[in-house]
Ligand binder design. Structure first.
Ligand SMILES: NC(=O)c1ccc[n+]([C@@H]2O[C@H](COP(=O)([O-])OP(=O)(O)OC[C@H]3O[C@@H](n4cnc5c(N)ncnc54)[C@H](O)[C@@H]3O)[C@@H](O)[C@H]2O)c1
Ligand SMILES: [Zn+2]
Length: 393
C-alpha cells in the first residue's frame, strides 16, 4: 500500500494594492562541522559519517589524485561508499569556466543525484571550482571539502566563497554556497612543499593579527615546526586558524559589509598578483608583502604599536615570506603596483580600502591612503631590505 501524502493549501487572495508589493521571503540557516584530524583513517571515519548512504562524486586535480585522492577514494569504497572520481589539471589556470563546464558534463554522465555528495579534494583551486560546480549542478548538490594545502585548510575550505576566474578578473564568476562539512586532515600536508606551506601560513598570520593574539603568538612560537610539518603543531594551528576564521565570518557570512578585517594585506597583495599574472607569486606571498605595506602605512600615520610592526615583519621573514618587492623571485615594479591600485581605485569610485593593523586583534579600515603613501613605503622597504643582513634560518 503506497503511503498517502496529503497536501492541503488554502491561499487567500490579497487585496489589490499598487503601493505595497507582495513580499516573498526565503531564509536558510547554513551550519556545518569542521573536523580537524591528522591521519587518513580518522578522516575516512568522518567522511563516512558525513556522507551517510549517499553516492559520492570525488573531484580533485591530477597532482593530488596521484598523491592522495586515489588512495582516499579506495578507502571510502572499502568503507562501503559508491565513489566515482575525476581529476582536472592542477594550477590556477584550471580555475575556469571551461573546467567547471567539463565537471558539469562529467557529473551529468554519472548517476549522482540531488541528495548525493560532491567531494572536493585539493587546494584552493579545486575547492573554489568544485564548490561553484556543486552550487550550479541540479540547482545545488551538497559538497564536502577535504583541503590538502595549508592555505585551503586555514582559509579556502571555510566560508563558502566559491568561484572560478574569468580572463578579465580573478574569482569573477561565483557564489556563496556553504559546504555540508569540512574534513581537514593535516597528514596530507606532509607532501606539500615548503614554499606552499609558507604561503598558507601567511593567511594564518593574517588571522592572528586581525583577530587572535593567541594565534599570532602560537605561530611566533611554532613557525619552524609548522614548516617542518610537525603533525601536533599543524593540527593545533589548523584548529585555531579555522576557529578564528569561522568566528570572524559569523557576524557577516555574506560580506554585506565590505569593510572586512579579513582583507588585511589583500589590497596591495591583489595588485602584486595582478601585475605578475597570477602564477609566479603565490597568493599568500602577495598577502605577506601586503601586510608589511599596510603595517608600514599604519606606522607612518602613528597608528600602530611599533612593536607589533617589528614582530610581524620578523615573523614573516622567519617563515621565508617576502617583505619587500625585491624578494618575489620575479621582477615586480613599484610603478606597476601603483598603477594596478589606480585601476582598482577607478572601479571603486576613486576609493581603495586599506585594513591597517593597530595592535594584535585591532584594525582600522581606512579609504584615504594615497598612491604616494604606498609608493614611499614600498620604496623604503626595498632600501631597508638591501641594508639588512640575511636572517638566520
Ligand atoms: N574561497 C576562499 O575563501 C579562498 C581563500 C583563499 C584562497 N582562495 C583561492 O585558493 C586558490 C589557491 O589555493 P592553493 O594555494 O591551495 O593552490 P592550489 O590549489 O593551486 O594548490 C597548489 C599546488 O599544490 C598541489 N597540492 C595540493 N595539495 C597537495 C599536497 N597535499 N601535496 C602536494 N601537492 C599538493 C596542487 O596540485 C597545486 O599544484 C586561489 O585560486 C585563491 O583564489 C580561496
Ligand atoms: Zn587571501
Amino acid at each position: 500500500m503506497p503511503a498517502l501524502v496529503r497536501c492541503e493549501h488554502d491561499v487567500a487572495l490579497p487585496a489589490a494594492s499598487p503601493e505595497a508589493p507582495y513580499r516573498f521571503s526565503a531564509t536558510r540557516t547554513d551550519e556545518y562541522p569542521v573536523h580537524v584530524c591528522r591521519d587518513e583513517s580518522t578522516a575516512v571515519g568522518h567522511l563516512l559519517r558525513e556522507v551517510g548512504a549517499r553516492r559520492v562524486a570525488l573531484i580533485t586535480d591530477d597532482r593530488v589524485a596521484a598523491i592522495h585522492a586515489r588512495g582516499l577514494a579506495a578507502r571510502l569504497r572499502a568503507g562501503g561508499l559508491d565513489v566515482t572520481m575525476t581529476a582536472f589539471p592542477s594550477g590556477e589556470a584550471s580555475k575556469s569556466l571551461r573546467t567547471a563546464c567539463d565537471m558539469l558534463d562529467w557529473l551529468a554522465g554519472t548517476t549522482i543525484a540531488r541528495r548525493d555528495v560532491v567531494l572536493a579534494v585539493g587546494g584552493g583551486v579545486v575547492i573554489d571550482t568544485v564548490g561553484w560546480v556543486a552550487s550550479a549542478y541540479m540547482r545545488g548538490v551538497p559538497y564536502v571539502n577535504v583541503p590538502t594545502t595549508l592555505l585551503a585548510h586555514v582559509d579556502a575550505a571555510l566560508g563558502g566563497k566559491v568561484a572560478v576566474d574569468h580572463t578579465s578578473a580573478k574569482n569573477l564568476i561565483g557564489a556563496f554556497y556553504q559546504p555540508k562539512a569540512v574534513v581537514s586532515n593535516v597528514g596530507y600536508l606532509g607532501s606539500l612543499d615548503r614554499r606552499q606551506l609558507a604561503a598558507g601560513l601567511a593567511e594564518a598570520v593574517k588571522k592572528g593579527v586581525i583577530g587572535s593574539p593567541d594565534l599570532f603568538r602560537l605561530i611566533e612560537h611554532e613557525a619552524e615546526r609548522v614548516l617542518s610539518r610537525d603533525l601536533d603543531v599543524l593540527e593545533t594551528l589548523v584548529q585555531a586558524a579555522s576557529r578564528v576564521k569561522c568566528e570572524l565570518l559569523s557576524g557577516d557570512p555574506y560580506e554585506e559589509d565590505l569593510r572586512r578585517p579579513l582583507n588585511f594585506g589583500h589590497t596591495v597583495g591583489h595588485a602584486v598578483e595582478t601585475v605578475t599574472g597570477y602564477g609566479p607569486v603565490l597568493h599568500g606571498e602577495a598577502v605577506a608583502f601586503g601586510m608589511v605595506v599596510a603595517a608600514a602605512i599604519a606606522a607612518d600615520r602613528g597608528l600602530i604599536d611599533l612593536d607589533l610592526r617589528d614582530r610581524l615583519v620578523q615573523l614573516l621573514r622567519r617563515i621565508g615570506l617576502p617583505v619587500s618587492l625585491a624578494e618575489f623571485g620575479v621582477w615586480v615594479d613599484v610603478d606597476d603596483v601603483v598603477a594596478a591600485l589606480g585601476q582598482i581605485r577607478k572601479i571603486r569610485d576613486g576609493q581603495i580600502r586599506f585594513v591597517l593593523p593597530l595592535a594584535l586583534g585591532q584594525t582600522a579600515i581606512v579609504d584615504d591612503v594615497t598612491d604616494a603613501e604606498v609608493r614611499v613605503v614600498m620604496e623604503r622597504l626595498a632600501v631597508e631590505r638591501r641594508a639588512e643582513p640575511e636572517p638566520a634560518r
